[in-house]
Design a binder for this molecule. Sequence first.
Ligand SMILES: [Zn+2]
Length: 238
Amino acid sequence: MATAQPVPEDSPALRAEVIATARGMNAAGINVNKAGNVSVRCSRGRKTGFVITPTGVPYDALTPPDLVFVPLASPATGDGLPEGVIGERKPSSEWRFHFDILRTRREFDAIVHTHSQAATALACHGLGIPAFHYMVAAAGGRDIRCAPYATFGTQELSDNALVALRGRKACLLAHHGVIACERTLARALSLAIEVENLAGMYLRARQIGDPPTLSAAEMDRVIEKFATYGQPAARKHA
Ligand SMILES: [Zn+2]
């Protein structure tokens, strides 16, 4: 498992990077309107947490003060936010899976969530993405799983996502969308784009039958090669 990086301070520059990533999702065609959300791990003094896009604000109108800092302390019971949230606005309704992923997966510092079309189309059938193409390994394993459906914003959805993300950097969410996790915002966005690209190819491949899949041994070889290159989310190795 990758070692944790130093956590940057919450700053206007870091928040601007989150906003640029949110706008980047829409520019890349993997998100429409305000459906998705973005977070990055950071600290405020001695408190570690993350900043996340707020609920209900169009990305074009977002400014750094609109983002919300959520401390990675123990959450309140039920769907309540943890104590110590800082912000004028409410965090994204999906703050809980950002919270749970960043709290339990120290190798990730940035999360991108989208409702990208092809990946969500597969997820509406409860389908993940098997090893039909070697780039599936960009998500860290032999396949990309689809988490069972649960209502948006709930602990159940977060729990399901955490299971689907075991040993993976990305998963689909049934009847919902995609989560992509990485060490930087740029890499998380790149991974979300890659997952959508793979989902689109898989949908097309399925139109003429179930495509054969690569063997576990071959996928393990690709995963190993990606680890050596250190660029799994980019397509520079091709
Ligand atoms: Zn969503």
